[in-house]
Design a protein around this ligand. Structure first.
Ligand SMILES: CC[C@H](C)[C@H](NC(=O)[C@@H](NC[C@H](O)[C@@H](N)CC(C)C)C(C)C)C(=O)N[C@@H](Cc1ccccc1)C(=O)OC
Length: 330
């Protein structure tokens, strides 16, 4: 089997991407954030207090003839950005882009933190990290990819995220029309459960490439690119008027400043992030100060190759044994 679905930016600065999915019988359509940085599939539901719902679509298990309560199971998750959610679990039919998994664990939110309530275009997440990270207890549940894997033509899914445009997630095949040239693969460390791998180095603008192994996680659910402070300061040293603002919690600069590109290495291959991706957003609609798409990871304890980096490439998440991740130009 294979599947193919849209990755739609939820606002004008690509803060997150959502994908239409269907749950239950008859199918209920929700827009979910496919997130390789976590491994819980959870949705706004009929069990979510109405005070915490602001325009999101919900899953109502009692309206589905194929839903089954997973008795006595609960979940609770906290993300790196401080957001959180928790609740109970049903199994039901779940489809992404024509690819169906019967009796997928669908985690129904009984509580979501305010940042989820405020994001009205996001009805939940599909975790595509390794199932070891799943928070359902007493028995952890498998991700959509792990459930689909035995029926997939190829044990892969791919992300073709785009700047200010709709891209695609494909399951079970590698679409050669979506990338130019060869896919460069590098090993993935599957423990503790992220898609953890190394960059082979970086360069700023037309500067010389600095070879160095930079370990981090490729996370489609994280908006920006977070790298070690030394790299980030070297980048913003090239930007007129840039400063690391305590007030805004990161590097800001005059919106009119010229930004250099940023290039990262995957093994011997090189991927260049256009300056426009790093000129991320005005700090407020009328401000002339802008917030950078490249920020320091020092507060996180982990380097995160988020959407700002991933949308510069065609990315293959390969669930083969051993797992690996591939990047290709597009
Ligand atoms: C099961 C928990 C999942 C795997 C959670 N994953 C994450 O937080 C990763 N992905 C974050 C998500 O992509 C998030 N941005 C989705 C949006 C819609 C909220 C981060 C690290 C890039 C995690 O590691 N949470 C940490 C909390 C944390 C992480 C990083 C820094 C600080 C604190 C934890 O609780 O681990 C047990």
């Amino acid at each position: 089997d294979t599947g193919s679905a849209a990755a739609i930016p939820i606002n004008e600065v690509d803060i997150a991407y959502v994908t239409p999915v269907t749950v239950g019988t008859p199918p209920q359509t929700l827009m979910l954030d496919l997130d390789t940085g976590s491994s819980d599939l959870w949705v706004f539901s009929s069990l979510t207090p109405s005070s915490q719902i602001r325009g999101q679509e919900i899953y109502t298990p009692t309206k589905s003839s194929t839903s089954q309560l997973l008795n006595g199971h609960t979940w609770s998750i906290r993300y790196g950005d401080g957001s959180s959610s928790r609740g109970t679990v049903f199994t039901d039919n779940f489809t992404i882009g024509g690819l169906e998994v019967k009796s997928q664990a669908v985690q129904t939110a009984q509580e979501v933190s305010s940042s989820f309530t405020q994001e009205q275009s996001l009805d939940g997440l599909v975790g595509l990290g390794f199932s070891t990270l799943n928070t359902v207890r007493p028995s952890s549940q498998l991700t959509f990819f792990d459930n689909a894997r035995p029926n997939l033509d190829e044990e892969v899914f791919t992300a073709d995220l785009k700047y200010h445009a709709t891209g695609t997630y494909d399951f079970g095949f590698i679409d050669s029309k979506k990338h130019n040239g060869t896919i460069t693969y590098t090993p993935v460390q599957p423990s503790p459960g992220y898609w953890t791998h190394s960059l082979s180095g970086y360069s700023v603008g037309s500067g010389a490439f600095q070879s160095s192994q930079i370990s981090g996680i490729s996370d489609t659910g994280t908006t920006l690119l977070y790298l070690p402070t030394a790299i980030v300061t070297a980048y913003y040293r090239q930007v007129q008027g840039a400063q690391n603002s305590q007030y805004y919690g990161g590097y800001v600069f005059p919106c009119a400043s010229t930004l250099p590109t940023f290039t990262f290495g995957i093994e011997g291959a090189r991927f260049t992030i256009p300056a426009s991706y790093i000129n991320y957003t005005r700090i407020s609609p009328t401000s002339t100060t802008c917030y950078g798409g490249l920020q320091s990871s020092s507060g996180l304890g982990i380097n995160i190759f988020g959407d700002v980096a991933l949308k510069a490439a065609f990315v293959v998440f390969s669930g083969t044994n051993p797992p690996r991740i591939g990047f290709a130009p597009k």
